[in-house]
Ligand binder design. Structure first.
Ligand SMILES: Cc1cc2nc3c(=O)[nH]c(=O)nc-3n(C[C@H](O)[C@H](O)[C@H](O)COP(=O)(O)OP(=O)(O)OC[C@H]3O[C@@H](n4cnc5c(N)ncnc54)[C@H](O)[C@@H]3O)c2cc1C
Length: 377
């Protein structure tokens, strides 16, 4: 009886996790004709990938992420061709504000660095900035505009990547929790709930905040910890703010969507990883909203209609783990994006496919190597 119920699947590539990383990888691999089975413990895109702020931003990333981010930027431009939907992706510009002349100087230093990665930024002083954006408050000392950055609706993006992966032939199993994965020297044996065993030559660990758990099963210890960024949204307001706006230090970030609602983020909530329970924290949310109101006074009259958070895996150096395992051939990790993986994900999918198919990628990923923690046991 139990033998009849037991299901066995095999594929070239097994993927743990149906967030944006896993779904983008599944699609990229199918486009390279490999067979793929993706296992997701809940619903694809229901965790960080589906509840994030929606910032599609290169500005502000460290130099080590800019080549990956530029690769992602090129893919975002072709979203409808790739996944059949634009997902409300808007090239609105990303404006980073400075409170002081000192902060403005850091934006100028960043502009110089970013130009080496073909990322054009325009740094504006107080008068020029307020003339261009009259909705800004008086406290602002200046800002830096990345005209090519923007935002998108996260509720749509991962689901659309999952759909596109399925449409291209990937097997996507939702409500299927991976319990263990082992390597027998030739193949991976992935044991999942629903009495499913999956055998594959390659395994991708795209388990987000749960990624370190699977790295640990292969003797790799990574100091990943969960973070829970606060998010909230206002009632629809008259259209005012075009760019996606942030501030040096990250005290708040805000974008206004087509319907007029302002989506905001700032501060951290709390949660419990084992039961995927998350909760925004009102004190840090109010402090961030207060700061946002100082810089965009029109927000003072906005009614907040909903708040939420989600769980994201973070690492002490705020860089993800992306690349081959240090212990196990055929295992590749992509987790711990530390609050910045939404924009990167389409390129991460392609990089993972490069690694599986060719064993290397043209995109520099050394800074993200799991070996930097040097704790393989
Ligand atoms: C509130 C919030 C705001 C953010 N804002 C931005 C932003 O504006 N811009 C930006 O670039 N980034 C942002 N991020 C970060 C971005 O959302 C993440 O970096 C990105 O979505 C990570 O994708 P992922 O696929 O690694 O993780 P996830 O989307 O969390 O996917 C991992 C998946 O693995 C599954 N999984 C875990 N364990 C198992 C198991 N045992 N078996 C099967 N499946 C399993 C989970 O259910 C989950 O669906 C934000 C994150 C949060 C939480």
């Amino acid at each position: 009886m139990s033998e009849q119920l037991h299901e066995q699947l095999s594929a070239d590539v097994a993927i743990i996790g149906g967030g944006l990383m896993g779904c983008a990888a599944a699609l990229a691999l199918r486009r390279m004709n490999l067979s793929v089975v993706l296992l997701e413990q809940g619903w694809c895109g229901a965790q960080a990938s589906g509840v994030n702020y929606g910032g599609v931003r290169r500005q502000g990333r460290p130099a080590s992420q800019l080549p990956l981010s530029q690769r992602a930027y090129a893919i975002w431009q072709n979203l409808p061709e790739l996944i059949g939907a634009s997902c409300e992706y808007t090239v609105s510009g990303h404006l980073k504000l400075a409170r002081t002349e000192q902060e403005l100087a850091t934006l100028e230093d960043y502009r110089v660095m970013a130009s080496e990665y073909d990322l054009p930024l325009e740094v504006l002083g107080r008068a020029a900035l307020r003339q261009r954006y009259p909705w800004l408050g008086e406290q602002v000392a200046g800002g830096s505009l990345c005209a090519g950055d923007g935002h998108a609706n996260p509720r749509l993006v991962a689901a659309a990547f999952a759909q596109a992966a399925k449409h291209n032939g990937a097997i996507v199993r939702e409500n299927t929790t991976v319990k263990t994965a082992v390597f027998d020297g030739e193949k991976f044996h992935v044991l999942a709930g629903n009495d499913l065993t999956l055998r594959a030559k390659f395994l991708l660990n795209c388990a987000g905040a749960w990624g370190a758990e699977f790295a640990g099963q292969f003797g790799e210890t990574v100091p990943e910890y969960p973070i829970f960024p606060n998010m909230w949204v206002t009632e629809p307001m008259p259209k005012l703010v075009v760019p996606n706006v942030g501030i040096v230090g990250g005290g708040f970030y805000v974008r206004q969507v087509e319907r007029g609602n302002f989506v905001l983020g700032g501060g951290r909530g709390s949660g419990q990883l084992d039961i995927a329970s998350t909760r925004p924290a009102s004190a840090s949310m109010f402090a961030s909203m207060q700061m946002a109101c100082e810089f965009i006074p029109a927000l003072k009259n906005a009614l907040v209609i909903r708040s939420w958070t989600g769980v994201e895996g973070a690492l002490p150096d705020h860089q993800p783990v992306l690349g081959p395992s240090a212990t196990t051939p055929g295992l590749f990790h992509a987790f711990g994006f530390s609050g910045g993986g939404f924009q990167l994900a389409p390129a991460v999918g392609e990089v993972l496919a490069d690694l599986v198919v060719r064993g290397s990628t043209e995109t520099p990923i050394q800074a993200f190597a799991i070996q930097r923690f040097s704790t393989a046991s």
